[in-house]
Every structure is written in structure tokens, then in C-alpha cells.
Design a protein around this ligand. Structure first.
Ligand SMILES: *[C@@H]1O[C@H](CO)[C@@H](O)[C@H](O)[C@H]1NC(C)=O
Ligand SMILES: *[C@@H]1O[C@H](CO)[C@@H](O)[C@H](O)[C@H]1NC(C)=O
Length: 188
């Protein structure tokens, strides 16, 4: 390669590196935490973990968490300032907290008339169904229940997250909004 060509190659690589550094700085500083409960993983997304957020109004870019943050409790979609960090491991949706994990536990369907299932976080593993990521969408499934859409979620009163056992955007329960719940961060 001629010296002139080599110089231009280096210039391009340097500006590409600059662009990448710019991008990752912007991503990492998105949600910041002002935790008041137990200690959590901090304001920087830990390797292998994601923020999980809704992407439709009226909950656009509201983030999965508990209240108080990092404590066992109901799954909520709330402000980015208190967002939890999550991963799916062996079918469990886990939240990273200081010194351990919380697990998303799904309410059992009491009978066939129940159209939505509550989700809460606790120290014990979930024994009802399986979580997975499909692309960047969070899904839950169980062999006993035939769901028309594994990615259908609802956000209802007090910002509480539910699994929608019905179709997305069809016969939405009163007081609820249909939502897609997606990963963000670490490449998503
Ligand atoms: C967590 O599990 C404990 C023990 O099973 C139970 O007493 C408590 O109510 C659970 N908390 C939540 C938020 O589900
Ligand atoms: C399934 O639900 C998702 C919401 O997560 C929605 O975006 C998608 O359009 C739904 N698919 C069908 C076939 O209704």
C-alpha cells in the first residue's frame, strides 16, 4: 500500500472509532437511577443486562421496575430514573440487584375467564411458565395456555404490568393499554 493510501485508511478508522465512542457514551447514559431502596447495580447498564421498556403510548419509554426499586414487589412500568436491569436466564426473567437476583413470578390463571396475569418480583424462582426474548421483545409462554400473541402485554392501573392472554390490541381490558415490552441497551 502506498503511504498516501495508508494515511487515508488510518484517518477513516480514527473517525469511525470516534463515532462508536460517541454512540456508546450516549447509550450508556440513557436511564440513570436515583435509587432509594436497596442497593442496585448503579446507573450504568451491567454487561449482559438490559433495560426493558414499553414502546407504545401512553407508556412510551416507561421502564420495568419495582417500587421501592430493587425490592420484591409488583412489576411496574415507570420512570427511566428508577429502571431495573434484567436478563432472561434458563426461562427466568431476572433482575440484577446488589448481591443477587430477583425473579419475575407470574400469577397462575385461576380459570379460563382470566384474561391477564399479574407479574411480581421475588427472591424465589418462577414456577409458572417460561420467559424468553424474541428479537428484542420479551415473551412469556406456558404449554397449558394457548396465547394468540406471546409478545402481548398490558399496563393497567397504577402502571402495573400484566401478561395479556388475549390478542394484542383486541378486547383490551378496561383501564389497561396494550404494550410491546422491549429490551434496550447492550446492543439493543
Ligand atoms: C415473596 O415470597 C414470599 C415467600 O413466598 C411471600 O411471602 C411474599 O409475599 C412474596 N412477595 C411478593 C411481592 O410476591
Ligand atoms: C403481537 O404483539 C405485539 C406487541 O408486543 C404487536 O406489536 C404485534 O403486532 C402483535 N402481533 C399480532 C399478529 O397481533
Amino acid at each position: 500500500m502506498k503511504p498516501a493510501n495508508m494515511r487515508s485508511t488510518i484517518t477513516i478508522l480514527a473517525s469511525l472509532a470516534g463515532a462508536l465512542a460517541q454512540t456508546s457514551t450516549t447509550t450508556a447514559s440513557a436511564p440513570t437511577s436515583t435509587a432509594t431502596g436497596s442497593a442496585g447495580p448503579g446507573t450504568t447498564l451491567q454487561d449482559g443486562y438490559y433495560w426493558i421498556r414499553a414502546v407504545e403510548e401512553p407508556n412510551f419509554h416507561f421502564y420495568l421496575q419495582t417500587a421501592p426499586v430493587y425490592e420484591p414487589g409488583t412489576a411496574l412500568l415507570e420512570s427511566y430514573t428508577t429502571a431495573g436491569q434484567f436478563q432472561v436466564v434458563d426461562g427466568q426473567l431476572v433482575e440484577l440487584i446488589d448481591g443477587g437476583l430477583l425473579y419475575a413470578n407470574v400469577e397462575e390463571q385461576a380459570d379460563a375467564s382470566v384474561v391477564k396475569l399479574a407479574v411480581s418480583f421475588n427472591e424465589t424462582e418462577n414456577a409458572y411458565g417460561t420467559f424468553a426474548f424474541s428479537g428484542d421483545a420479551l415473551q412469556w409462554s406456558i404449554p397449558d395456555i394457548e396465547r394468540p400473541n406471546l409478545s402481548a402485554w398490558l399496563v393497567c392501573a397504577d402502571q402495573q404490568l400484566f401478561i395479556n392472554l388475549g390478542a394484542y390490541g383486541y378486547q383490551t381490558p378496561e383501564g389497561c393499554a396494550d404494550e410491546t415490552v422491549s429490551l434496550e441497551g447492550n446492543g439493543c
